[in-house]
Design a protein around this ligand. Sequence first.
Ligand code: ADP
Ligand code: SF4
Length: 689
Amino acid sequence: MRDPRYDILFEPLQIGPVTARNRFYQVPHCNGGGYRDPSAAAAMRGVKSEGGWGVIFTEQCEMHHSSEITPFIELRLWEDRDMPMLARMAARMKDHGALAGIQLAYSGINGPNFYSREVPRAVSPGPILTFTNDPVQARALDKAEIADLRRWFVTAARRAQGAGFDLICLYGAHGFGIFQHFLSRATNHRDDEYGGSLENRSRFAREVVADIREAVGDTMGITMRVSLDETIGTLGFSNAELRDFIAMHHDLPDLWDLAHGTWEDCSGPSRFKEEAAQEVLVRGIRELSSRPVVGVGRFTSPDVMARMIRSGTLDAIGCARPSIADPFLPKKIEEGRIEDIRECIGCNICITGDMTMSPSRCTQNPTFMEEWRKGWHPERMNPKGPSRSVLVVGAGPAGLEATRALAERGYDVALAEAGTALGGRVARERLLPGLSAWGRVADYRAYQIGQKPNVEVYFDSALDAAGILEFGFEHVCLATGATWRRDGVARQHMVPFPINPAMPLYTPDDLMAGARPEGHVVVWDDDHYYMGGVLAELLVQAGARVTFVTSSAHVSDWTMNTLEQHSIQRRLIEMGVDLVLNRGVTAIGAAGVESNCSYTDARREIGCDAVVMVASRLAEDGLYRALAARWADWDAAGLRSVRVIGDAEAPGPIAWATYAGHRYARELDAADIGDALPFRRELAELAPE
Ligand code: ADP
Ligand code: SF4
């Protein structure tokens, strides 16, 4: 069963008056569902309880209506009526023996209060520091209001206790929680006893912990999530000052939860952050306190986790993303099934759910946030239906996930791939700068498929309609992917535009196949996700001089949602890429591109030796259309259904493809639901008029 090297991860951990069954600690994380989708969020946490986590936290819970972060959808504990929703969440967390934790957040300088319309109150006055530069300022809390705020924390703690939680986390990291705002000189300019010296800036934290301890501390553990470093030098709450703070208040909370001072730093994608990236900032802190310490670092390797504990760096392994990608991570380690772990790839698609206020998705775990909505379980498929066999065409993320999940259900599956490797787009994209972890999408599924006696994989098998009709499969699932367009059709040009064939023109597919244009290369990005930025990096590494042209004001615009836009733009600047922002491309000539201003349409020539066009993608659905056209032959061939999924249906991020594959497998042989809604949802209860 369990490898004894990992025994240390399964030792119980005392957190104040409560004991966690092991060292697997799911730190608070958003899910895009929050108060709008409470049962979906509760069921998602419940699956983690089943998966063996010792501690499971909610996302941030706005503990008072005078500080809220609309439009972002988190939890609320504003009045007693909020308690049943939270009680359901606590109950699901505890179903299989985890401790249930709630994160209480007062957002201060980070809460624009668009919903409540209250004037934002912060430690010191200033503009609200949101992602969206909201045109709202906060005023300072006066002393009477600080007393009110202390009382509100106590009220929230009592409600949390009433809802059945075991742990309270006081939020003071990522720039979001008021405890950080008090601690940091950047956000605390007060000249009363709450400002100035570190001792004064710590006062609020000290008072709130004492208040809550008096109110509920005999039954609940109190944890404090503090910033490891605000990364703005000595003005902010630096790592050195954090150490002084902890040394000064070594027994303040029942556990220290250490996280970076900005969310972008804490949840950096794998392109910019390795596993355990915060280790240097955390090392040595445990010795300053008599309380246990938890830290995060996109931990997916049990060896790294065990090392963190054995070396005395951490007492518990904090995970958000790894627990999303694999809610059964602890159980798999416990049962000695390391190779079954579905490792997080660090793509941050989960975070885009929060940023776009939609239920979060996970590239690796398509069941995330569908546990209640669709009844999907990450480790159990629905029983097999009456059909026997399925042919899946294409071994990209969609085809691989469909194959894995169909085989899990018990179908005989043949997977035909035109190439000689599994992975489709991830087999190619994993070779691009910084994207190697994305290969885990293929690696996990390749291993799982390899364990299944009911799957046959055929390489070098570019199938056509005639061949498929000869095979005699009952169902055909086409996951044939997409190719990058060469005609520039995307957002700026909805129809093809002038391109002189004399100009060497490359698409991302060409570069991924090994082409390396030389000299001065214009990368024109009308896709706005990661590909354009990654290719600019690749070309500079290969020795080209790169000019990056985008109609947006930012490089790789959409990666704001994956918290990496800043890092991408910074990297390109540091690599010497010439950034031409707010400009599109109107024509490609023999000696350069004609570029236009996004606002005035003013034209300008940019001379170059080659152009890399990152436009949109064209679904490879020719095989689907050919089979559909031969519909009259299906019966004789024993073929009952043909479906096209993933990028071949409509190109999108990898998470969309794994979701499509999973959904196909779940729904095969399902009863036709007609026009009914294919998921459950919750509606706001109408109040009496
Ligand atoms: P998705 O993201 O939807 O999974 P990918 O582009 O990653 O799509 O993968 C599609 C895979 O399908 C590629 O590996 C490609 O080689 C394969 N493929 C495309 N057409 C055929 C075909 N006619 N027969 C077999 N395999 C195909
Ligand atoms: Fe990890 Fe990506 Fe899943 Fe988030 S979406 S948990 S980063 S694999």
